[in-house]
Design a protein around this ligand. Structure first.
Ligand SMILES: Nc1ncnc2c1ncn2[C@@H]1O[C@H](COP(=O)(O)OP(=O)(O)OP(=O)(O)O)[C@@H](O)[C@H]1O
Length: 587
């Protein structure tokens, strides 16, 4: 092992074994034989003993560091030791709340593997999009460890009388920040109300006597980023939590501040010793081996730049996995259709015909407007391919563990810096290499400062070098001489080819127009501080249209769009008015 690899793996893996953390031998064998995990990751080594001890825990650690096992293993350890053995009729002992359906499936699949030798502990899931009656039937039979998305869980808590949770001992919020950002805050409050906030209040309410006296409630909260909403959830749900994985460089003062910020007394019973700490300034945890770059591209050349970057990646590495993030479902649909169908034939000197295909591998798409079953197939398909391209919205940004993703391209910028962190976190997992590339237009460069505020620093990627590679024979003498990207011969000819192709393909043209409209709408929806950077006023809509391969100016495309924009403005005005009225009324 080279020195570099050695130190990288030392940063990820601990120098102890799973049994030494206190886990049952059969479970350790299962981790090794079934999952191939020989030693724990650092975060697992820190978290497992604490979770085993029964304390409430807040885990804040970089993406891809093994948080899932850090909570599942201790829960299974305890459950498999219950005497009498847990039975289906005992209902649910552990509840794992996750933000998305894909993450729900992912955690459930890991659970299935871990429980292979503990057949009496039954895993299960409930999530939006699934058949309610089938879920009801499963809950009626009994599920020992339940993975759930918040909306559907609440639905069952309210409407499925046979859902037994009087033995509930663990409530785990995985990707807590995302759950809250997706607007599930209200559902979470209601869920906590149903289940009792921190203690085993269900027993106190006399909802059923337990065969298992161990049922003292333990809540766990896991998040790769911390923010005010997560702090609030921590405040409501955790009792004297132990902080794990928070930034080592921060000292005790920061911990105390953090504990203060979530309303805990740092001199009280909170566990402060021995664990690394907090990122009050919302500095984000990013894998150190991740190479992060940005590319500055004028709006009208964005599509050509994206295709060229993809072409370059697959020419350099015949087999690799790439994820490209877009801001809207329509944009994903358009680019997916284009990339799957468009091949560019170019007459090269000597009469040769070179055909460029921009995805030399299987392409997938994933977004929230897809049918549930299609989402599931994409998720599994992209996971199992060795070389593949995934075009997606932020539905794929959190928690999903796609093995071996090397490149993350953020074609549309992510908005909040925390979203940036989660998107790039789909690569460079567990010490593996990763390259992240963020597309920015010249008018958006201030976004880099916003990232810098959170400790994220990006280097510039030289797109011209990539474009020069594709120069035709007769243009090669001019290599390195094009200063303006828009005038680069490769850009000009590819753009022309794209525009003719899209104009000729009715279906694609329609997709391009829809994508154009929704893209501009999404651009207007940037929040707070970011509005100053991503300003529609600064955009040249004709150039935006070019970035969807449209020759027509937006006025031709935008009849319905203009109407929608007007409607939106009216609605915003109305909202503003009613808010102001409410404020007045309060006063
Ligand atoms: N001890 C281990 N040894 C080897 N691989 C491991 C170990 N623990 C976890 N992994 C693998 O590491 C990858 C990342 O794990 P996981 O998805 O739990 O990370 P995470 O911290 O939850 O990431 P995110 O914040 O993005 O959700 C997975 O592929 C998992 O199978």
């Amino acid at each position: 092992m080279s020195q570099k690899n050695k130190s990288e793996s030392e940063e990820i893996f601990a120098s102890c074994s799973f049994p030494s953390l206190g886990l049952h031998q059969t479970l350790c064998d299962q981790l090794q034989d079934r999952m191939g995990f020989k030693v724990p990751t650092l975060i697992q080594a820190q978290a497992i003993p604490v979770v085993l001890s029964g304390k409430h825990v807040l885990v804040n650690a970089a993406t891809g560091t093994g948080k899932t096992i850090a909570y599942l293993a201790p829960v299974i350890h305890h459950l498999q030791m219950y005497d009498p053995r847990v039975e289906r009729s005992d209902g649910t002992f552990a509840l794992v709340l996750v933000p998305t359906r894909e993450l729900c499936m992912q955690v459930y699949e890991i659970l299935q593997k871990l429980l292979h030798r503990f057949h009496w502990i039954v895993p299960g899931y409930v999530m939006g999009g699934e058949n309610r009656s089938k879920e009801k039937a499963r809950l009626r039979k009994g599920v020992s460890i339940l993975v759930a998305t918040p909306g559907r869980l609440l639905d069952h808590l309210k409407n499925t009388a046979s859902f037994l949770h009087t033995n509930l001992r663990w409530v785990i919020f995985d990707e807590a920040d995302r759950i809250l950002e997706l607007g599930f805050g209200k559902e979470i409050e209601e869920i906590l109300e149903f289940l009792g906030t921190r203690q085993c209040e269900t027993d106190a309410k006399g909802n059923g006597a337990s065969r298992h006296s161990q049922s003292q409630r333990q809540n766990l909260l896991l998040s790769a980023t911390l923010n005010e909403k997560v702090n609030n959830l921590a405040r409501i749900s955790l009792e004297n939590p132990v902080m794990i994985g928070l930034d080592e460089k921060m000292g005790l003062i920061k911990q105390a501040e953090y504990l203060g910020s979530i309303g805990r007394d740092s001199h009280g019973e909170s566990e402060l010793s021995g664990t690394p700490y907090s990122c009050l300034d919302a500095d984000y945890n990013l894998p150190t081996q991740l190479v992060q770059r940005f590319v500055k591209v004028p709006c009208g050349s964005r599509l050509v730049a994206l295709l060229s970057v993809l072409l370059n990646i697959y020419e350099m590495e015949a087999s690799t996995k790439v994820v490209v993030f877009f801001s809207t479902c329509d944009a994903v649909n358009f680019h997916y259709e284009l990339i799957s169908k468009f091949h560019w034939g170019l007459d090269v000197q000597l009469g040769e015909q070179k055909k460029y295909s921009f995805a030399k591998c299987k392409a997938f798409r994933l977004h929230g407007n897809m049918e549930h079953e299609d989402r599931r197939t994409t998720f599994q398909g992209f996971k199992s391919e060795k070389s593949a391209l995934l075009l997606c919205t932020d539905v794929a940004a959190r928690g999903l563990d796609f093995p071996e993703v090397r490149h993350i391209i953020q074609y549309d910028s992510p908005g909040e810096a925390s979203e940036y962190v989660h998107r790039v976190g789909r690569s460079a997992r567990l010490g593996k290499k990763g390259d992240a590339l963020l597309f920015l237009q010249p008018v958006e460069m201030d976004y880099l400062q916003d990232l810098t505020k959170h400790g994220v620093v990006l280097e510039e990627f030289s797109l011209l070098k990539v474009l020069d590679k594709f120069l035709m024979h007769n243009q090669k003498s001019q290599r390195g001489k094009f200063i303006s990207l828009e005038m680069h011969p490769w850009v000009l000819s590819l753009q022309r080819a794209l525009e003719s192709y899209i104009t000729a393909e009715e279906k694609l043209k329609k997709l391009a127009k829809d994508a154009f409209c929704s893209w501009v709408r999404a651009y207007t929806a940037h929040r707070g501080e970011l509005k100053r950077i991503f300003m529609v006023k600064k955009l040249h809509l004709g150039h935006v249209a070019r970035s969807f391969g449209l020759k027509e100016q937006p006025s031709l495309v935008g009849g319905s769009f203009q109407k929608q924009m007007k409607k939106r403005k009216r609605e915003q005005k109305q909202e503003g008015l009613s808010k102001r009225r409410k404020v007045k009324a309060k006063r």
